[in-house]
Design a protein around this ligand. Sequence first.
Ligand code: SF4
Length: 562
Amino acid sequence: MNHAEGPLLTVDVGERETRTESIDDVLESFVGGRGVGTKLAHDRVPFDADPLGPDNGLFFTTGPMQMSNMSFTGRMNVTGVSPLTGGLLSSNAGGFMSRHFADTGYSAVEIAGESDDLLVVHVTDEGVEFEAVPGLEGATVPETCEYVEDEHGLESEHVACIGPAGENQVRFASVMTTEERAFGRGGLGAVLGAKNVKAVTFEGDSRPDVEIPAGQMDVHREAATTDHIMKEQGTVAVMDLANEMDGLPSYYFSEQSFEGAAGINGSAVAEKKYKKGTCSACAFACKLPTRDEERGVETEGPEFETAMAFGSNAGIDDIVDVMQSNERCDRYGLDTISAGNTVSAYLASEDAFGDEELILDLVEKIAHREGVGDLLAEGIDRAHEELGVENWTVKGMDFAAHEGRVLHGQGLSYAVANRGADHMYATFYSVEYPLVGKDEAMEPTGLEGKPDRLVERENLMALNDSGVVCKFSRDFMNPDRYEMLFDADFEDLLEVGDRVVELERHFNNQRSIARDADRLPYDLPGFEEALDEYYEVRGWNEDGTVPDANISGGSGAVSADD
Ligand code: SF4
């Protein structure tokens, strides 16, 4: 089986020490990316670690596909304990950093400990440099990238950094790369901030040699020649369909359709798009560099989730307003989904939907923890009571746009996902939207037959995150292609995904996250039965815990059944 190559580099920023070690057994069992990050975090981070304390670790990882020339591989992974959910969580970002990371020759880089001084950590194939940067305190993401370029000649695609939000330990702060790409969900930017690390840079000339079969070019060619709607409109392309299905969260989830959708939909974004946007090696190029000259706004996006969180959910019907919120979140290093949803919760509490000036002010206040921003920086789960609004979260993670009240399998996925109400964990929505020409679509209503399919989707997405293969490759990948790329049986590859999901669950179980946390703020018909079935398919206990027999503590081997 193809897997990432190279040792693990541990960087202790408290002791200013580094060490390298072989993790070949982990690479063979977990491939790379999220799989390797999860296994390392599971075995190295104490189960009771404070997400914002020195014991938490942050694991940067790539997979074997970053050694390919194939589209859909311009992404990489970060894993750690989330300050938002309290569970083990991986976050995935595109851009151009994955190749520079691979050039260092390491398969994984662990940032451990806690520094007294604000640092930039430079990781190269020749060693690690610790640079104290007191002058960068409070710097925005563009300011930080500019500093690294001016002082070290490294463009932003070499840089993973945080903005003020990460420094101020906002629980949904992002780790940013290439200025506008975010390891967004779950607040891993706050983990970097708690370690007093402003940025990590990656550079080198030691990319490991992984042979990816020539068949990769078939995928690449198809990505280049397709006229897929996402090339024009990105993920926002789905907004009109969602709205027609009564599946577009609006006015802080109190409504499910938005009368102003035409102002923030795929066509509205496409009108503002001024050039192609992509990630390294990717000819699919679904990103959205957008600009509005009249108001002087330039950003990348918004994606569908952001257009929901800062658009319909906030009562905003002008795409330029959403672009402005998007730009500000990127600048300060905030997850646009959680920031938008949290701002929308505040708007609900004040009956102030549609007030763009207030929205921008709130983003600013959250990033700096000023005034009410200090409360909102804690996220909806911790702030909703004081705000007097409903708690639209699962495991502390606020909801993505794909509406589980309409797409019931997606609802079940939100409930059980180890990282909470996040759409990318299983992308189950993609099998429930009634899209023309899709062979394997399921009826959105009802849960019958879905737990089984959900397990398969979760395992496949965990494999993608371990590979690392972008999930938007879905129309171009099939079991044969996975087998060709990874040089392994498809069933064995799904087993890798299964091990990853199970290890996340096991870690979270030790932190008292189990069936009681697999909950939705709304009812779905047949939910409890579907939950039972889901656990059964996974081989877990009916209280949502992983049986001890499935886990063996050491590195590599995880399950007696595996
Ligand atoms: S499909 Fe889009 S998000 Fe995925 S790697 Fe390509 S450009 Fe990046």
